[in-house]
Design a protein around this ligand. Structure first.
Ligand code: F6R
Length: 227
């Protein structure tokens, strides 16, 4: 595990952008699993700036959706695909995408890509990855599920007055843990306890993110999330 500590969220965004850009330069047709949520947004904005400046080229990258709510339209403000499109796919000039709508089609699409090269992940307050809620085993497949009360509560912060859909679909732990590189971005004091559990506690389905220690994992955290 490589743990890179940054003084603040701006430093995190720079370091994460350096890491991702380097991967894309090394393999221009990289396949990337893409988290939404708040933590990676400054990173995606910085990557968009670098694309605009001609410093890195994402035109051959394939962007793969990590998770989605069920029962909402693409243009619903709560759509995670919509969020990923606005924050990552469009600003980076990406034309190849894999949507997450049907577990079997999704897993077949990943196989056709030859697996995932990079998974960009945020850390759930309860240790979830995507919507792999605790408990999630290492081999938990891509599947639909009901969200836990904890996730409904934490996701409420994204949508204000809108209700949080109760059903979701997530890329499986199996696919995330098979990614050739994993990048976990963690920001803020509210993640401190779960980040320590992720990196120093037992590897357990109760903290799905703890299994990332079995992968080629880079963690980039700001000081508030670690000290
Ligand atoms: C989003 C996702 C979630 C978030 C996690 C952390 O696509 O999969 O697992 O990564 O809930 O969210 P933030 O970054 O908002 O703290």
């Amino acid at each position: 595990v490589s743990l890179q500590l940054q003084p603040n969220p701006e430093g995190l965004a720079q370091a994460a952008s350096d890491f991702i850009s380097e991967q894309v330069r090394t393999k221009p047709d990289l396949s990337i699993l893409v988290a939404t949520g708040h933590t990676p947004m400054p990173t995606y904005a910085e990557l968009a700036r670098r694309v605009e400046a001609g410093e890195v080229d994402f035109s051959r990258v394939t962007a793969v959706q990590l998770d989605e709510y069920l029962g909402i339209d693409d243009d619903d403000p709560r759509s995670l695909w919509g969020w990923m499109r606005r924050s990552f796919v469009q600003p980076l000039g990406i034309t190849r995408t894999v949507r997450l709508k049907n577990p079997h089609q999704f897993e077949a699409a990943i196989r056709n890509l030859g697996g995932l090269d990079l998974a960009i992940l945020g850390l759930g307050p309860n240790g979830h990855l995507g919507f792999n809620e605790p408990p999630s085993a290492m081999d938990a497949p891509t599947r639909t599920l009901e969200l836990t009360p904890a996730s409904l509560e934490s996701n409420r912060a994204y949508w204000g007055e809108l209700t949080v859909p109760a059903g979701a679909i997530t890329a499986g732990m199996n696919l995330i843990l098979a990614a050739r590189q994993t990048l976990l971005l963690v920001s803020g004091v509210r993640k401190r306890g779960i980040l320590h559990a992720t990196l120093e506690g037992p590897e357990t389905p109760e903290v799905p993110a703890s299994f990332l220690r079995r992968t080629a994992l880079t963690v980039i955290a700001d000081g508030a999330a670690w000290t």
